[in-house]
Design a protein. Sequence first.
Length: 284
Amino acid sequence: MKIAIISDVNAGLDYIGYDPQIPVLRSVINFGDEHLVDGIDITAEEFYERLKDSSIIPSTSAPTIGEAMDLLDQLVLKEYTDVIMYSISYQLSSIGQMVETLIEEYKDKINIHVIDTKTATYLQGYLAVKAKEMADAGKTVKEIIDYSHYLIENSHAYFVVDDLSYLVKNGRLSGAAGYLGRILKIKPVLEMNKEGKIVTFQKVKTHKRAVQIILDLINEEIKDAKSVDLFVFHTLREEDAKRIFTQFSDTANINSVEIHMITPAVGAHIGCGVLGIGYYILEH
């Protein structure tokens, strides 16, 4: 048995400070008629600097089935017997479902397993990194997939955005919710729910209050856990992210705290000024 781990660019694996040796299917960022491959033609830093001065709300194009087949063919040539794909939430993109359509076609060449991570950004990437560590350690496909599902079931994420129009235009939040937010100037606390959808958790009128609610929610949810890996995410809110990092860094049951900038393929749908916190409970 030889197991490959793959993901998509939404997982933020380009920005973790090292090469995890996990191939990713890459989305394209569309600024009007200009098309840029995420992580190749444009970096996160370049993307957000451009976005904050642009009147264009960019869109994204998902990887094609041909690109997925090219990657699978490379893995077949390298004599992998199995590949586990860690996909962005099925509620946010069809990338995972697209790879699933190739299971039957490749059944005599390589066994394809697709995990709906029900999340995005490095919460998604973290699952792929852990799976790669397990594959390198000689764990079986079942052991890897079972642990991935355990982590998914023991995770949660909340965030607050400055401008709901990105989520509304790209269909990640209902138009009514976005309209209400613009009219009332609210800063809603959003959550990634258990189905992998972005939903409004609570409507708040100030960013500061929204962040405090997220901190309170996270603290309450992890207070009885023995070991937690926690992640702070942002788009051009690095100083705020660092302050949150400091608040959690000395907490007894926190195994690690990491700050991650959100990759452009996700940032195109949520805009600048995003701040979020997510976690995985490693041990109860």
